[in-house]
Ligand binder design. Structure first.
Ligand code: ACM
Ligand code: ZN
Length: 767
């Protein structure tokens, strides 16, 4: 049904025979949509009748969308009747609304401003996307007649933005708020403080932004590769929001039904604060504390001293201003990833443990969070924190964000009657790759594609019934380690945040991937008109090349959009709309230059995938005793500079890698090569030793060569691939055994001092 995968707009101009579902381009999907006849047109005569100031602001913001692109602005008047009317119905739930559009009237019923705002966002999404533009355009500014009845599944529909690691300027935060409000996201959790920057003016402690908002410039390197600052080195990268800026952001957000929840992350992730006021770190920290441009190594262990009462006075002073500034009833106190090395060594912290009869440093964190939490609660706010808070006594009435893995740790809080929010890293961390990695900018970890996030269901079948009633909602988190410009943040956020909105809004079991994609297409058009950069990763192809049967490789190509055609070539020519249509996996048994891309109606939608398959004696040969994933070592295809691209094999931490390639018959061998990747910041390094042995019977092996490397040769900086070859003197072998030793822990001058390194290999080549 590609011809009418059109939006409502197109449906007005000739696709009337479409099923109602074909027209549903609003995301999140409303609860019910009933299509009417005709359409409602906006003009300079259109009057939006409002009853109070709150409605007036919402209506004026909506009307102002028309000013530039349409060349007119619908009127907003405090009158009883108009072309667009709002009716308050207190029997309805907050957030819920009913939208009736006929050819001559728009009526909206809701309990409060939220419902009115969401109904208007639907109208916005049904208007031509040029409504977002700044240029006047000829358009029929109309929306189809429809009755929409709608309410959300969850009250909490959250988005977390890390403005610490990358300072997103105020103007871009404001643009972001407008975009997320179109999706009916209603909480923006601002991660305002971390090791990499303090972003909020605190008048009582000016050094927090004079010092804490600025880091040294290492932007030429990926985040994990960046070395710590040297004492006296100029810190030039960063920025902060003044309290006046923040008030502007809060007001802008409130007008769009978005509540800003501030996070002041304690007791760890606090280098920026402690670079500004080192007296509140444990006194055992002797090294210079600077704002970290990257991971920080041992400096990431810097932590607020829990034994020093002045630490609490300081944090209370900070929180006094935060509490006064943010109208939200919630303050997030972080609490994540607190390494307790310094607390273990600190005499003040140890004295605190003794005096308060605490079991250990973990219990000390419980004490720390509860003491600050009690203070915040005494000021009438509720506290939130990450799921590490469940490792010790939970602060009273705290609300927990489940982030680790699939967020399960939050259930420990639910078990104690605490409310919680699901923000699982495994699906809802937008820092992860959003599509086939070969096409994506470098970032951390594995993939969280649009579909991965869309498919997430927070309420699991093994949950106790009471958990569900304590679940407030869901949140996506945009960590910004790899962002250097505002466009990077928007690219990683959209369109995936639409999938989070869908989970948060649509009732359980009612999501529909195909319908959702139509909504995403329409939403993306609106973003485009706003000049927002979003990702088109959903159109790219993920490949899988496996050794299917001896001597042959199976090539599988996959795109998460079901409405595209995959076209491919085998001879290195560019795929076009008439190239071979991919319908199922195919086999190759020799060198091939496979190229593939997705098409809709003859137009290429995604980037071209290049799969150069190069045959050698090991290609498509059995690996004896291998796990399935080892097949990538002999699939004729080389991994990229990303060791997580599914083309690299790792034995894991500290484990040697060992396997035997069966050449199926005795072969003359002159060289054996192992491809190895170095990714310094991720502690991925080449092996300490590679040993190659040959055998006729897979029982008795004879060493035919080995390579060994020193620390200097292993722990090199950068991101590169090396082919490590052993010349084997033309020996005859039927079986070739590989043994690779990991290099062990990273040395002290590494960005990950003392951490275990990993070896990743691809491909093994026998010539
Ligand atoms: C987190 O990702 N450290 C909350
Ligand atoms: Zn201490």
């Amino acid at each position: 049904m590609v011809a009418c995968m059109a939006t409502l707009i197109l449906s007005l101009s000739g696709c009337h025979s479409l099923q109602q579902s074909e027209d549903a381009t609003i995301i999140p999907q409303p609860l019910s949509v009933e299509k009417g006849n005709g359409s409602f047109s906006f003009s300079e005569k259109t009057v939006i009748a409002v009853a109070d100031n709150e409605q007036r602001i919402i209506a004026e913001n909506f009307a102002s969308l028309f000013t530039k692109p349409a060349g007119f602005t619908p009127k907003v008047e405090m009158v009883k009747d108009g072309d667009i009317v709002f009716a308050i119905d207190k029997s309805m739930k907050s957030d819920a609304y009913e939208l009736h559009i006929t050819s001559d009237k728009v009526s909206i019923k809701a309990a409060d401003a939220k419902g009115f705002f969401y109904a208007l966002q639907n109208i916005r999404l049904m208007l031509p996307p040029t409504i977002e533009g700044q240029e006047q355009v000829e358009n029929a500014w109309k929306v189809p007649a429809v009755v929409i009845k709608d309410e959300p599944r969850f009250d909490y529909r959250g988005f977390m933005l890390d403005v610490s690691r990358y300072f997103l300027p105020k103007e871009d935060v404001i643009r972001m708020i407008d975009c997320i409000s179109m999706l009916k996201i209603n909480r923006l959790h601002l991660h305002l403080t971390d090791d990499n920057g303090w972003r909020l003016e605190i008048k009582k402690y000016p050094r927090l932004t004079e010092v804490g908002a600025w880091k040294v410039d290492r932007q030429n390197l990926p985040f994990p590769d960046r070395r710590n600052p040297k004492k006296g080195e100029p810190a030039t990268v960063g920025g902060f929001y003044t309290q006046k800026d923040m008030k502007e952001i809060i007001r802008y957000a409130a007008e769009r039904q978005v509540e800003i929840i501030p996070e002041i992350d304690i007791p760890a992730h606090s280098n920026a604060a402690l670079a500004s006021y080192p007296e509140y770190a444990c006194p055992v920290v002797k090294d210079f504390i600077g704002v970290l441009p990257g991971l920080g190594g041992k400096n990431a262990e810097v932590i607020f001293c829990a034994g020093n009462d002045k630490t609490f006075d300081f944090l209370q002073g900070v929180l006094d201003e935060v509490i006064a500034l943010f109208p939200s009833r919630y303050i997030n106190l972080g609490g994540d990833e607190a390494t307790k090395t310094n607390w273990k060594k600190c005499p003040l912290c140890q004295a605190r443990i003794h005096k308060e009869h605490l079991a250990d440093e973990e219990a000390l964190q419980g004490y720390f969070m509860s003491r600050i939490g009690d203070y915040v609660r005494s000021k009438g706010k509720q506290i939130m924190g990450w799921d590490e808070l469940t490792n010790s006594k939970l602060p009273e009435e705290s609300i927990i964000l489940g982030w680790q893995g699939y967020g399960k740790a939050a259930l420990k809080a639910a078990e104690q009657g605490h409310r919680f929010i699901m923000a699982p890293a495994r699906v809802a961390y937008l820092i992860r790759y959003q599509g086939p990695q070969w096409f994506e900018p470098v970032t951390y970890f594995g993939n969280n594609t649009l579909k991965d996030l869309f498919n997430y269901e927070p309420v699991q079948s093994d949950w106790k019934p009471e958990y569900e009633s304590l679940l407030m909602g869901v949140q996506a988190c945009m960590w910004t380690e790899f962002c250097n410009v505002p466009e990077d943040v928007f690219y990683m956020t959209f369109p995936r945040l639409a999938a989070l909105a869908e989970i948060a809004w649509v009732q359980k079991g009612k999501k529909d991937w195909n319908e959702f994609l139509k909504g995403v297409d329409n939403f993306n058009k609106h973003l485009e008109q706003k000049g927002i950069i979003y990702a088109r990763s959903m159109y790219n192809i993920q490949h899988e090349v496996t050794s299917e049967e001896s001597g042959k490789l199976k090539v599988k190509l996959e795109c998460e959009r079901p409405d595209v055609e995959i076209r491919y070539t085998l001879d290195g020519t560019e795929p076009v709309e008439t190239s071979a249509l991919y319908d199922s996996a195919f086999v190759v048994d020799r060198d091939a230059e496979i190229k593939a891309a997705t098409f809709v109606k003859g137009i290429q939608m995604g980037k071209t995938l290049n799969l150069p398959i190069h045959w050698n004696m090991a290609t498509a040969k059995p690996i004896i005793g291998a796990s399935k994933e080892m097949g990538i070592l002999v699939n004729g295809l080389r991994g990229s500079l990303k060791q997580s691209d599914f083309e690299w094999y790792t034995g894991g931490l500290s484990k040697p890698i060992s396997f035997v390639v069966d050449l199926l018959k005795p072969q003359q061998i002159k060289r054996v090569t192992v491809g190895c990747i170095t990714n310094y910041g991720m502690a991925v390094h080449k092996p300490r030793m590679i040993k190659i042995e040959a055998s006729d019977d897979n029982k008795t092996f004879k060493e035919v060569g080995r390579l060994t490397f020193t620390d200097n040769e292993i722990f090199k900086e950068g991101n590169f691939i090396e082919d490590l070859s052993v010349e084997t003197d033309d020996i005859i072998g039927h079986y070739v055994k590989f043994t690779l030793e990991t290099p062990g822990n990273c040395p002290n001058d590494h960005v990950r001092p003392g951490q275990a390194s990993r070896v990743y290999i691809d491909e093994v080549i026998i010539e």
